[in-house]
Design a protein around this ligand. Structure first.
Ligand code: FAD
Ligand code: NDP
Length: 600
């Protein structure tokens, strides 16, 4: 009828007449957000406040008919219907608003293409698809120099957290079997005669991983995410080139791109090292038992692998360039070294490899001959069945063609540079997970991916908080921590502002242990507190104990919420547990008193 024709032409006129046209309501918080954002960016816009217009209800009904959108804000840019607040913030974050304002014609195959199907990429893809966006994810695994390859799910699932934790578990079971004797279990035969079958463990772990690979493919299907098993690179800021394993290329256009390609183990810069040594990419599916093993490196991966290999019964030596666990609390690192030494792991301190070579014994057995040099100038030489290199990881950015697209990377480590919104130097391209300079941990990548997709497509505003991330090193005696190390706390706040509470104790589960060379009185807990006025805020929590990961996960919340020592003291413990130690810590380091606890 005539009325609706009038409203239609008024709407058309308003949309055509204003580069940015907003149908709004004065009381609507989402409308206010859009107007505030545009004002802050100095962009001209015109808002039609429907609640102040006598015909507002009718205009809104017509608008619904025209745009398919019932709600406000209802935004048009250069005559193109952008949508509501979340669509608008996506356009804005991705730099598409500027393109629309420049009257660019956008023609995309996907709203989002995610490059990398690991922890971060899958999380972002699923969240974006849940917001009804058209999403594709491409993942491709280049075989390791030793030819190891795996399926969808990235590092964590295939060659990281999952197989590592299962092998750690396998090693702990050996300890449990020994403990069983002290608890009265009669094992058939001598404990020393019990042997471990590497092949069975690997086969079962790999079968489990295959089932996870299948689940990830199914999850993408269920979420309507198109999966390309292809290697991707960027042709321009909206075009992704993919090449599958048969060499077939394909190009897709995406409004938005998330790079989540992670990293791969760094190899030693020595001739033949990639061919003769293995890395964490290979250890979890090694076809034969590793035998006498040299582990090169002294951080998470090196110590975890050394720990489970020793626990499974192999002869293990760790070559340490400088210190153990750089960046971690060094008192705890020292305790890990002491425990692992008593566990039977040998350490070559302040030593670097200088050559690796193949050596064939008379019976045809292949060994790797490693030479090294200590800081003192002394030389090292040894023969090993396996040499496992764990000297850090390299971000997989080289083959993405980032340079020609204008995406900046850190020249030191090739990691992609992003702002606090995980946005690269190109506005519609984002990066998350191990490929950026943030903690290289699975839950970090997952959370960053989820929050990024929410910000892009669900009007989310929450930024990823990369501070106070809890972590655990799964060494034979686990080490969990969150917050600052003692060294970092003192460096940041000064010694007089920092109070350290600590306790060394025997976990009850170890109390009957009569075998082994390890010290059973090995658990250690430490709270690092910042003295402010009369309060002490807990800024670092460290625990060395069985199941330290489980304990740290729970207490991490308290540290993130910036609880005080008094609040920890006020928490009633669960007895008898290891974790209750954090409710009863009394001895301060500054008192010089003995920190070893006795009794119950
Ligand atoms: P990834 O999971 O590495 O996924 C990236 C994916 O992108 C890979 O599948 C890769 O092949 C693919 N890809 C790369 N380039 C391309 C391309 N051009 N085109 C298409 N696909 C591409 N973290 C923990 O929190 N707890 C642990 O206990 C733990 N243990 C670990 C143990 C080991 C041995 C290792 C190596 C890591 C461990 N981590 C652990 C770290 C954790 O695995 C990583 O932080 C996490 O997997 C990073 O996720 P991401 O999504 O950034 O990358
Ligand atoms: P890191 O980068 O943490 O450590 C590298 C280690 O290798 C250091 O000890 C370093 O010594 C040593 N190193 C480096 N270059 C050489 C060299 N040329 N010769 C001899 N030694 C060398 O790497 P990782 O591989 O251990 O771990 C990578 C990341 O994976 C971790 O940061 C962590 O975020 C994640 N991860 C997490 C786990 C968990 O949550 N439990 C488990 C495993 C990995 P120096 O100190 O002298 O530099």
């Amino acid at each position: 009828n005539a009325d609706t024709m009038i409203f239609a032409s008024r709407i058309e006129e308003f949309v055509k007449g204003n580069q940015i046209a907003i149908f709004s309501k004065t009381w609507c918080p989402w409308c206010t957000k859009v107007k505030t954002m545009l004002t802050a960016q100095g962009k001209q816009f015109q808002a039609w406040e429907l609640d102040l217009d006598d015909d507002g209800v009718k205009v809104q009904a017509k608008l619904h008919e025209i745009s398919g959108q019932k709600t406000v804000p209802n935004i048009f840019v250069n005559g193109v219907h952008v949508g509501g607040y979340s669509d608008f913030s996506f356009y804005d974050t991705a730099g598409l608003l500027d393109e629309l304002l420049a009257k660019q014609n956008l023609d995309f195959d996907y709203d989002l293409v995610v490059i990398g199907g690991g922890s971060g990429g899958i999380s972002a893809a699923k969240e974006a698809a849940a917001a009804k966006k058209k999403v594709a994810l491409c993942d491709f695994v280049t075989p390791s120099p030793r030819g190891t390859i795996w399926g969808l799910g990235g590092t964590c699932v295939n060659v990281g957290c999952i197989p590592k934790k299962l092998m750690h578990r396998a090693a702990i079971i050996r300890q449990d079997m020994k403990d069983a004797i002290d608890f009265g279990w009669k094992l058939p035969g001598d404990i020393l005669d019990i042997t471990h079958d590497w092949g069975t463990m690997c086969k079962n772990i790999q079968t489990y991983i295959s089932s996870l690979n299948d689940q990830y493919i199914q999850q993408l299907k269920d979420n309507n995410v198109t999966f390309y098993n292809a290697k991707a690179s960027l042709l321009d800021k909206h075009t992704v080139r993919m090449v599958d394993s048969n060499g077939l290329p394909r190009e897709v256009k995406a409004r938005n791109i998330i790079i989540a390609v992670g990293g791969r183990p760094t190899h030693l810069d020595l001739p033949n090292a990639p061919e003769l040594c293995i890395t964490s990419d290979d250890i979890f599916s090694l076809k034969h038992p590793p035998g006498k093993t040299l582990v090169i490196g002294a951080s998470y991966i090196a110590l975890e692998c050394a720990g489970f290999l020793k626990g499974l019964g192999y002869d293990v030596t760790v070559m340490v360039r400088s210190i153990l666990l750089r960046g971690f609390d060094q008192e705890c690192a020292k305790k890990i070294e002491n425990y692992m030494t008593s566990y039977g792991v040998k350490f070559l301190k302040e030593c670097v490899p200088t050559s690796v070579a193949k050596y064939t014994e008379e019976d045809g057995k292949q060994l790797t001959w490693v030479k090294g040099q200590f800081n003192s100038g002394d030389l090292f030489e040894g023969m090993f069945d396996t040499v496992l290199v764990a000297v850090g990881r390299t971000a997989l950015t080289k083959e993405l063609n980032l340079d020609s697209v204008g995406i900046e990377v850190n020249s030191r480590n090739q990691k992609i540079l992003v702002n606090e919104k995980d946005q690269t130097s190109i506005k519609n391209v984002f990066a998350i997970g191990d490929v950026i300079e943030r903690p290289e941990l699975t839950p970090v990548a997952i959370q960053a991916g989820k929050l990024l997709a929410k910000r892009l497509y669900k009007a989310g505003t929450e930024l990823m908080d990369y501070n106070n991330i809890a972590t655990t090193v799964f060494t034979p005696l686990e080490y969990g921590c969150i917050g600052l190390s003692e060294e970092a706390a003192i460096a940041a706040h000064g010694e007089d502002k920092v109070e350290v509470y600590h306790s060394t104790f025997t976990p009850l589960e170890n109390s009957l242990r009569s075998w082994g060379t390890e010290d059973t009185n090995n658990a250690f807990a430490k709270l690092i507190c910042l003295k402010e006025n009369k309060e002490e805020f807990v800024i670092g929590l460290h625990i060395l104990s069985p199941n330290a990961g489980e304990i740290t996960q729970g207490f991490a919340l308290g540290v993130r919420l910036r609880l005080t020592k008094a609040q920890f003291d006020g928490l009633v413990g669960i007895h008898p547990t290891v974790a209750e130690v954090f409710t009863t810590l009394k001895v301060t380091k500054s008192s010089g008193e003995e920190s070893t606890a006795g009794g119950c």
